[in-house]
Write a protein that binds this ligand. Sequence first.
Ligand SMILES: C[S@@+](CC[C@H](N)C(=O)[O-])C[C@H]1O[C@@H](n2cnc3c(N)ncnc32)[C@H](O)[C@@H]1O
Length: 229
Amino acid sequence: MHISENLSGVYVLDFFGETRMATRPKVPVPVYGERIAEGLRIWDPRRSKLAALLIKSWLAGGLGDLVKMLNLRPDSKVLYLGAATGTTVSHVSDLLSSGLVYAVEFSPRSMRDLFSLCQSRDNIIPLLEDASLPERYAPFLEPVDLVYQDVAQRNQAQIACRNAALYLKSGGALVLMIKARSVDVTADPKDVQKAEIERLEGVEVISVSDLRPYYQDHWAVVARRRDQA
Ligand SMILES: C[S@@+](CC[C@H](N)C(=O)[O-])C[C@H]1O[C@@H](n2cnc3c(N)ncnc32)[C@H](O)[C@@H]1O
């Protein structure tokens, strides 16, 4: 295994001939069956859209800019919408030694697994809530540096905007994973992606990345919250 880079805790590796991202946990224990090598958790791009986005950015020469844009610093605060059982949340948690991840998930079944992940990590706050009703979790939240959303809902852009408007710091980053088929199964996925991006309000779109070959008809939109007047 050869480590090429460590950008704010995002390691870039050559792992058996393939480019992989990895993170360094406090305790090197697998969360979702991922490989552990030299104390690093290998971040599977087929299980995590964020890993897919990071690999694609690295291959395009833009990983450093992306990591900076996403505010992936040790003390960052992240609002994560659609946490599921915590696959990607666990890697974000590794990156934030003194920060916090607020992990919103509305499925009680997934929350049960997420909750057990939280027993071994002190920087994840699990919230059994609906991301489309963001006012409900206001009592538990503080302004965040990054809103990350992966919820596979028809109104993905609207959910992202409402959360960003309430919780994202001015200049903070929004990452919206668009799954075109969740918005409309019949329409051309590319048209759906464009329409969702046009629905984004209050943010400036910085980049749009196609997540193939890892995910079909998925795009990662990176945006920055505009300064409030
Ligand atoms: C594709 S999975 C997320 C995978 C996860 N982001 C990861 O990479 O580990 C989508 C998750 O979003 C959750 N979800 C969908 N709509 C939601 C909503 N309105 N509020 C909260 N969670 C939601 C689903 O229950 C599901 O667990």
